[in-house]
Design a protein around this ligand. Structure first.
Ligand SMILES: C[S@@+](CC[C@H](N)C(=O)[O-])C[C@H]1O[C@@H](n2cnc3c(N)ncnc32)[C@H](O)[C@@H]1O
Length: 208
């Protein structure tokens, strides 16, 4: 069995400096389907407030805000947020987007502030998974939804092909969620054309 933790790229160099801008630009292409998938799974309503955690250059945040839903985009990388802000000027969304520079482990977002939190291709980079999950739980309103999407990978994959989750990593992440007071965690696989992804979805309990 593959024993890699769900945050197996925690020590990956941060998306800083010129590399951060180049990496961010590559992420502006081919991510729209990920965004549509989680938005559909979340069944968003106009009254929702989405936290896009590890938003990168902001593709999912902008698509959601264009649909009239309020979004907070959070990322620790300065280049990613600079790109997110810049691209949002050219393609102005109809609903508000707040961009916040912080990591999952120290969210600069108030308690119970958002109805939905998703993290696309990001959890595998979080340096402190436990602290990140405590923070997601804190900022979600009662009954709120958490979705983590990752590219499906094969055990033993190297380099770029290793950025995501194997079936075992997704399963282990889902089983961790109960320890952080999330309920009904489910793992589902989705084929988005050539891109194969896995989504873990769970709820924060209605009452604390
Ligand atoms: C592969 S990119 C994905 C970006 C975007 N979600 C997308 O799907 O296009 C991973 C993102 O996670 C962010 N990230 C890294 N460590 C993080 C942390 N501790 N908390 C939140 N986001 C983090 C990175 O800065 C980067 O923007």
């Amino acid at each position: 069995m593959d024993q890699l933790a769900p945050n197996h790229h925690a020590d990956y160099p941060q998306f800083a400096g010129p590399f951060g801008y180049v990496a961010g630009l590559t992420m502006t292409v081919g991510r729209g389907r990920d965004a549509r998938l989680v938005a559909d799974m979340a069944g968003l309503k106009p009254t929702d407030h989405v936290l896009d955690l590890g938003c990168g250059p902001g593709t999912a945040a902008r698509m959601t805000a264009r649909g009239g839903v309020r979004v907070t985009g959070v990322d620790p990388s300065k280049p990613m947020l600079a790109l997110a802000r810049l691209l949002s000027r050219f393609r102005k969304p109809s609903a508000e987007i707040d961009w916040v520079r912080s990591g999952a482990e120290n969210l600069l977002v108030p308690d119970d502030a958002v109805t939905t939190c998703w993290s696309l291709a990001s959890v595998h980079h979080w340096p402190d998974l436990e602290r990140g999950l405590q923070e997601v739980h804190r900022v979600l309103s009662p009954g709120g939804l958490f979705l983590a999407l990752e590219k499906r990978t094969q055990p033993g994959a190297k380099g770029n092909a290793s950025h995501g989750w194997t079936a075992d990593q997704a399963k282990r992440f889902a089983s961790m969620l109960a320890e952080f007071e999330f309920s009904n965690a489910e793992v589902t696989n989705h084929d988005l054309g050539r891109r194969k992804v896995v989504v873990v979805i769970a709820h924060k309990a209605e009452t604390a």
